[in-house]
Design a protein. Structure first.
Length: 319
């Protein structure tokens, strides 16, 4: 008598993001790949932005198949291409992380008859800029945001938000009466602490003394993160703590403006702009405090990482 062994096929999940640069969504997804049970599901990634991004190699090394379907100015072509990819590769679920533009991906999944989960990560739809603040254009963009968010929520099999604040923002922008999204909090991996020798060595790499009081900020160099306020706060701290140093890790459109402000405040010797870093956990382990004066956040993975690293935090109060 032969015993029959049944095998259960692992579900295939395609995550859709803008690109794979170092941001909260992308680093969370990379961590998910690193720590998942490999037999639990297959995870692939599709990017809709102008490029795949600098993390592509790391994702590939972890076994993810990567696809690049630029949405650009031709969303209907993007819908067709994404639908064909979902059908051809026989995905079981599409997981969308593209914010206000999620409706196009949801439409593609509906046409492919593939279940779709849409997760919202931020509280501002759309982001304010010089263009969106102009009366006529701003109204058009806001109407697009309302339609797109409403369509994504109503036509997804599951719509989630990473915090109650994000869920409320989606509800307000989409003008949906009932709470549209289930709140599902994201998690982070346990931090790997540094011993005393490793902490000293890490500081030496950055030309810091063991006696320096090291303050850290991690995040994109964008208006949302309030770097002008960060520098003002640090100047006040340095007046009371002369050996204070500020490390700023991240890249973004405000880099030049922040550098000029550092010079204007006479902080060149005490503020280091580190750019994009692969060793953020190490930076947190050797720092004394995280400064995080953001104007708004969905659910900050930086704060969660700092908490996991037992790094004290001073942050703005965001409702």
């Amino acid at each position: 008598m032969h015993e029959t062994v049944s095998t259960i096929k692992s579900p295939r999940v395609l995550h859709l993001v803008h690109w794979l640069n170092r941001g909260g969504i992308e680093m969370w997804l990379l961590s998910l790949l690193k720590h998942r049970e490999k037999q639990s599901c297959e995870i692939d990634v599709c990017c809709k932005g102008p490029q795949v991004g600098e993390l592509a190699e790391e994702f590939s090394q972890l076994g993810a198949n990567l696809y690049h379907l630029p949405q650009g100015q031709t969303p209907w072509r993007f819908v067709t291409n994404l639908k064909e990819l979902l059908v051809r590769r026989r995905y079981d679920v599409l997981h969308v992380h593209t914010g206000v533009h999620s409706s196009w991906a949801v439409r593609a999944a509906n046409r492919a008859r593939v279940p779709v989960v849409t997760t919202f990560h931020n509280t501002q739809f759309p982001r304010e800029s010089v263009w969106t603040s102009r009366p006529f254009l701003g109204q058009i963009i806001k109407k697009y945001a309302r339609y797109s968010l409403r369509f994504a929520v109503q036509h997804s099999d599951v719509a989630t938000a990473v915090s109650q604040g994000v869920s409320d923002a989606v509800q307000q922008t989409a003008q949906i009466e009932d709470g549209p999204c289930q709140v599902v909090y994201l998690g982070v991996a346990d931090a790997q602490p540094l011993n005393l020798n490793e902490r000293v060595q890490k500081r030496k790499e950055l030309d810091l003394s063991p006696k320096d009081k090291v303050l850290l900020h991690v995040g994109s160099l964008s208006e949302q993160k309030n770097h002008m306020g960060l520098l003002k706060i640090f100047r006040s701290i340095r007046n009371s703590v002369p050996n204070a140093k500020l490390l700023i890790a991240g890249m973004g459109p405000l880099q030049g403006k922040i550098q000029h402000r550092i010079k204007d405040l006479g902080l060149e010797s005490d503020v280091r702009m580190l750019g994009l870093r692969k060793d953020v956990s190490g930076l947190m382990a050797m720092s004394d405090l995280l400064l995080f004066p953001s104007y708004r956040e969905g659910l900050s993975l930086t704060l969660m990482d700092a908490s996991a690293a037992n790094l004290p935090i001073v942050a703005s109060e965001i409702p």
